[in-house]
Design a protein around this ligand. Sequence first.
Ligand code: GYE
Length: 305
Amino acid sequence: TACGDSGSGSGSGSGSITLGFSQVGAESGWRTANTKSIKEEAAAAGIDLKFADAQQKQENQIAAIRSFIKQKVDVIAFSPVVVTGWDAVLKEAKAAGIPVVLTDRAVDSDASMYVTFLGSDFVEEGKKSGQWLVDQYKDSSEPVNIVQLEGTVGAAPAIDRKKGFEEVIKSKPNLKVIASQSGEFTRAKGKEVMQALLKAHKDIDVLYAHNDDMGLGAIQAIEEAGKKPGEDIKIITVDAVRDGMQALADGKINFIVECNPLLGGQLMEIVKKVHEDQPVERRIVTEETVFDQEAAKKALPSRKY
Ligand code: GYE
C-alpha cells in the first residue's frame, strides 16, 4: 500500500480508498451531469465516496474540506467555486498528508498545493465562441452589439471564457460587447439579467452566455419580449448539455462550445494512482468539440446528458 505523503489516511478500514469530494452545487445541467458521473464512477471503481454539495458557497467548501481532513480520508478532490482564497485550507490538507486533486475549475494557489488539475481549457472555449462570431460577420463592418452573460463572479470558467472570447473578437472592431453581467450560471438569473438587458438596450444583435442554462433562461426573456431567439438575437453558449442541444437543434441557439462534465472516470483513475503513490500528469485537459445547428440534430439522439 501507499506510504509517505499520500498514504496517511485511515480509509474505510476495508482496504478501499476513501475520497472526499466537495462539489460546487447543483446550479446547472452541466453540474448535475458532473455529479452523476462522479458518483457512478466512484461506485464502479469501488471507491468509498464522501460527497458534499456546497450550494455555490466557498465557505461551505472550506468547511467540507476541513471535515474530510478530520475524517482522515485518503484523497480530497474538489471543484473550487471561485479561484481565490484556498491557500489556508490547502495548507491544512498538505500538513495532514492528504493529497488534493482539483477537478473542473482552477485555483490561484501555488501548484505545489495540489497533485493535479483535471478539467477543460476555458480560455480555449471562449476563443472558440469568439471565432464563430468573427466567422459569422467576416464580410460585414456594420456594428454588432453583443451582450454577455457571465458565470459565477470569480469562477475560473467565467474569467477565462470572457477572456478568450474578448481576445478573439477584438480582431474585428465592429464586434462590440455593449453589456456584460453575471447570471451566476443559473437559468433563473440568466432570465432575470436578460430581461433587464433587453429593457436597457433596444439593439442587441448577439448574446454570448457562459453556459447553456443562462442561455436557456435568456431565451425565455427574449421570447417574452416578442423577439425570436436565434434569429433576431443570435445566441452562443457553452456546455452542450441536452437542453442546450435541443434548443440548438430547434434553431433558438446558434452555436454551442462543448464542455465535458463526464470527469468521473478520469478522476477515479487519478485517485487510485495518487493513493498508490504513482506519478500523475500535473494538468489533464478534457477533449471537447463544438456544435452548430446541424451537428446538434445529429448528436442529440445519442447525447448522454
Ligand atoms: O460550464 C457551468 C457550471 O465549471 C465548467 O460550471 C463548469 C461550469 C459549467 O455551472 O454550467
